[in-house]
Write a protein that binds this ligand. Sequence first.
Ligand code: SAH
Length: 249
Amino acid sequence: MTSSLANIRIVLVGTTHPGNIGATARAMKVMGLERLVLVSPERYPSGEATAMASSADDVLARAVVVDDFMDAIAGCGLVLGTTARMRSLPQPVLDPRTAAERMVAEVGSHEIALVFGREKSGLNNEEVRHCNWLINIPTSEHYSSLNLAQAVQILCYELRLAALGGSPGETTPPDWEPQPPERLEFYFQRLEEALLEIRFLNPAQPKRLMQRLRRLYLRARPDENELNILNGIVSAMLETARERSTKED
Ligand code: SAH
């Protein structure tokens, strides 16, 4: 499923710092992307790039270096450019999530290029002109320019999430199993009994206490062990309260 991400090429245009090229290779590999294209990098190859790539040095070794931007996007049916600033020309702008969903939807049909600009000046107008859409990562209004490799990381992460079919959400622990309503009902009945016994619940003025407590437990969704503990607490409450009332008698 996620192997299709390997068909998306990441294009870095005119990169100044070789460290950013290495960090980009790493950002890609951890998310399952493999194809890196470098358009006229200022200093490459470089030990700094290799050091920042860490175990993604294979992505770096396979990176294709070209002189011309058109060669980098050649044959692509979808070209998306990233930008830190809104431009004067009304080019449609997508957020990273929407863009990633679009790329994943089209990845089986044609080649896709995701393009990143120069550290200082971004993409020029000529390059932007070839992009089907631009992507802007939402940022603080006071500072909108991310480090190049960090921008790559955010886009590659969104691509991975989209390829997995959306956010993985919360994963439940392997030993967690929800309890059936009848077991919870048994607990609620005994809890109510105990709360009456210890006089926390006033039968003349119940004030929706049980309703609120039910809602609390239903939200928490206790598993078997937890429900056993809760039932144990209720038993102890009932026992203690009954012992006391026998003594009082
Ligand atoms: N001053 C430049 C900043 C370039 S930052 C400019 O005006 O564009 C280098 C590259 O990182 C950008 O070209 C873009 O590819 C990416 N990038 C940085 N911040 C980004 C953001 N908020 N949204 C999308 N891409 C961003």
